[in-house]
Design a protein around this ligand. Sequence first.
Ligand code: GDP
Length: 426
Amino acid sequence: MTVTAIVGANWGDEGKGKITDALAAESSYVVRFQGGSNAGHTIINDYGKFALHMLPSGVFYPGVTNVIGPGVALDVDSFMAERDGLLVKGVPAPSLRVSERAQIVLPLHRLLDELEEERLGNRGFGSTKRGIAPFYSDKYAKLGIQAGDLYHDARLREKLNQLLELKNVLLVHLYGKESVAVDSLMSTLLKQAEKLLPYVCDTTKMLGEACDNGDTILLEGQLGALRDPDHGIYPFSTSSSTLAGFAPVGAGIPPYAITNVTTVVKAYSSCVGAGPFVSELAGSEAEQLRKRGGDAGEYGATTGRPRRVGWLDAVATRYGCRVQGATEIALTNLDVLGYLNSIPVCVGYQLSDGTTTNCFPVTAKLENAKPIYEYVEGWKCDISGARALNELPDAARHYIAFIENLIGVNIKYISVGPRREQLMVK
Ligand code: GDP
């Protein structure tokens, strides 16, 4: 049995979707354990190009059961729209299951997210406005709606009344908007409930049995270690844990079931949204990297926002791998660096008090940190056709070894293009 958490070492967008899609071929289950529709995984395969936000990345394999675990922020409209979008493009109907304990992102959460970001103006945290922060706040304030509540009308109405009592004060008196009526919210949720019904079940029981049977399971993380609320660049973090340590909780399996923590690292850095980013590039250097990055430039899969880009930050990545508990690395986007004579890698930070460090500091110290670079020789050619390590130029192999040594974790997978087959195992 292998249970593998596929998680990000950095700010997200490391290419987890591609790695999950590739490894899903050998798996029985792909499980989302946290986050919602606020980040996207780009997957390119024989059916076309897809940006998945709500669905697990195993949906392209009919033999894989795709699970929305209890830790996920479930946006029912996104879930249904993405499923329908797959069918339109000729993908066979995927096998999908939703935990009855997963909680529902309400239209109210989206609205409050937008209003709050607008109120904060340039003091905002770069929210994607998918309702995620208000959703998780309500979840932990015990005001959330579980999928299982959708099928108990009286209970649902009572819970919504309780929620609206509080939220309508904010809507009317803080944001100066109309209040929300319980009947309207109730009617939206009952329509969603009907659509969702075929997928809702006790996924904890199902995955417990899968673990007992020794089935192969992938736990698919969203965003990366540096967006974790406890270990990341708080408050520029997301609202649920992005760490492999949370994966068994959010999925509903025993913690000791995890056998591998495959941590995805990009060969350079990219970041959507606000927050400190020490090795960030500006101007034409940034533009050159941005337009070559990913499959069609570095622009957010969910938001379309230009991603902030920079050189690989070994300080942040080593820390990200440590807090993930990485057992191996999947290095993606190596092909993108083929235009450089010499590749900068950030190996330390100069802090504002004049000291230097190679340990990732707390946000307060990070804000004014400056990068310290070492330079590795570039390979100056297209490596996207390579399928084995010995097909890579010496300089590319040297870059891999250099990073591996700095981070201290085995680089097992190397990705040289967005397509499924552009992947080699070391
Ligand atoms: P995720 O959220 O971690 O799945 O990452 P995203 O999908 O948001 O961003 C990764 C981007 O890199 C997408 O555009 C992928 O298609 C692309 N990608 C993944 N691996 C590679 C690679 O090895 N080379 C190139 N050029 N693009 C890649």
